[in-house]
Design a binder for this molecule. Structure first.
Ligand code: PHE
Length: 485
């Protein structure tokens, strides 16, 4: 295909790029996915494995993605394609770009639904409806016991669960918020990288950090910080199996936005004077810090108010309202701030996910950027509504995209960058010194075998959680299964 050239748009400033990239990384992955994944996988031990995955695998692939992006200056699919041709290698490597881009797209289809739930909880928090949970529980208990004196008491957690089920069951309202969220995304992405994505991120991310600090301060003062620290910092390796490793890798990649070719896409707009290894360090560091901070904001509240740390995807939407409801009037402010915070974070991530597809459509299909954004927005609306109305599949889509497609794409990116491309190809991107030596060693000898191993055994282990029967010797080999099916 002739006529595809380097991107002409670039980030306006280094700060703007860092905000956009941190904005992409920091998202629902940190607030919604990280706490329940850590909770389901045993807390401390999971977090240690998670940190190792970020440091040894995530960071290496992140650098590889930026290097590929800036070197080619194109969208992920075209970029990998053109680099392999330049090296005289098979252009089938472009398939790697497809896997990542499809992962990004499918993540986006449910990401927008969770975002719509988040939006729905903001007015709930503001109107003080969580504050009525205790009263409602007492009322329901009285009614149940009037009918049958032996009926069990209805707890606040039951009421919060009812509230969650009722909230996401209000399909018209969720659908309306879904449309609103898609429209905002389309609007921002249509305005371009500098004028849309970067501008939104430079406003939203600083606001996000201010809110975050406020909430952590509150959690540490009012929540049960000791119980949270005990849970988060005391590793219990007895529950660790291959599934735990897969969950940790998947979570690390999801949170860093690695393995979706997103950072290839963002790298294409990167100017020459940005130091890729340093920028990668800042981005991975900020994302990890926010995940840990989010853990320290959520778990003290969870423990202080007796919620279940392994509450699954509902942890965020069931446990937190209980906590906010128990804080009296203060809960109105803290609760609304918290959901607003999550919304800001979600938005800067969803626009990045959308950019993966838009950047490709724009260069390859010859449509304008607004046209591409509107088209993608429409498809998202159709699929998103499917999730809203069926009310199912999000768990499974999350597993397949986050825990299988992202690690698989990252594995292939590593093989491509380490084995298919020559060292010389990336000298202009990563320099020619120790950093390059270490990176090249990692991307060749550490990342591919580690990811291959974790993917194969971890997927088998996790599928057991989804009800697959494996031969006995494999079950014994795989160790305890901790992934909830
Ligand atoms: N990193 C984002 C988050 O944590 C999600 C995401 C995944 C964004 C993959 C882009 C690519 O919410």
């Amino acid at each position: 295909m002739a006529g595809i050239g380097r991107k002409t748009d670039t980030w306006g400033s280094r700060f703007g790029f860092i905000m956009a990239a941190v904005g992409s990384s920091v998202g629902l992955g940190n607030f919604w996915r990280f706490p329940f994944t850590a909770g389901e996988n045993g807390g401390g031990a999971f977090i240690i494995i998670y940190l190792a995955c970020v440091l040894f695998l995530g960071l290496t692939v992140l650098m590889a993605e930026y290097a590929i992006g800036r070197k080619s200056g194109m969208s992920a699919i075209e970029g990998i394609h053109s680099l392999s041709r330049a090296e005289g290698k098979s252009s089938n490597w472009g398939a790697v770009g497809w896997i990542g881009s499809l992962a990004a797209f499918f993540i986006l289809t449910f990401y927008i639904v969770i975002s719509a739930w988040v939006i729905e909880f903001i007015p709930q928090a503001l109107s003080g409806s969580f504050q009525g949970f205790a009263e409602e529980a007492a009322k329901q208990t009285a009614a149940a016991q009037a009918a049958d004196p032996n009926a069990a008491a209805i707890t606040i957690a039951d009421v919060s669960t009812q509230n969650f089920v009722k909230s996401i069951g209000d399909k018209i309202l969720v659908g309306a918020f879904l449309i609103a969220f898609i429209v905002v995304n389309v609007f921002i992405v249509a305005r371009g990288v500098k004028g849309g994505i970067e501008r939104a991120a430079t406003i939203l991310m600083p606001a996000f950090f201010v809110l975050l600090i406020g909430i952590v301060g509150f959690a540490l003062v009012k929540g049960d910080a000791a119980a949270a620290a005990d849970f988060l910092l005391r590793p219990d390796f007895s529950e660790v199996g291959f599934g735990t490793f897969l969950a940790a890798v998947g979570q690390a990649f999801f949170s860093l936005s690695v393995g979706s070719c997103l950072m290839i896409t963002y790298g294409a707009y990167l100017s020459r004077d940005t130091n890729i290894p340093r920028a990668s360090g800042i981005i991975a560091g900020a994302d990890t810090l926010v995940a840990l901070i989010a853990g320290f904001a959520i778990f003290p509240i969870v423990f202080a108010f007796g919620a279940d740390p392994a509450g699954g995807p509902g942890l965020f939407f069931i446990s937190l309202p209980i906590a906010f409801g128990a804080m009296g009037d203060l809960g109105i402010y803290v609760g609304s701030a918290f959901f607003l915070l999550a919304l800001f974070a979600a938005l800067t991530s969803s626009i990045s996910l959308m950019e993966v597809a838009v950047s490709w459509l724009e260069e390859r299909q010859g449509v304008t950027r607004p046209g591409a954004a509107i088209g993608i927005g429409f498809v998202l609306f159709m699929i998103g509504m499917g999730y809203v109305f069926s009310g199912a599949f999000i768990d499974f889509a999350d597993f397949v995209t986050g825990n299988v497609m992202l690690p698989l794409c990252a594995l292939l990116v590593a093989v491509f960058a380490g084995w298919v491309m020559s060292r010389h190809m990336f000298e202009s991107e990563l320099g020619e010194g120790n950093v390059m030596n270490i990176w090249r060693f990692m991307v060749r000898w550490v990342v591919p075998p580690a990811l291959g191993f974790i993917l194969v055994f971890g997927t088998l282990d996790s599928l057991q959680g989804f009800g697959l029967q494996l031969p006995g010797f494999l079950t014994a080999l795989l160790g305890p299964n901790v992934v909830a099916g």
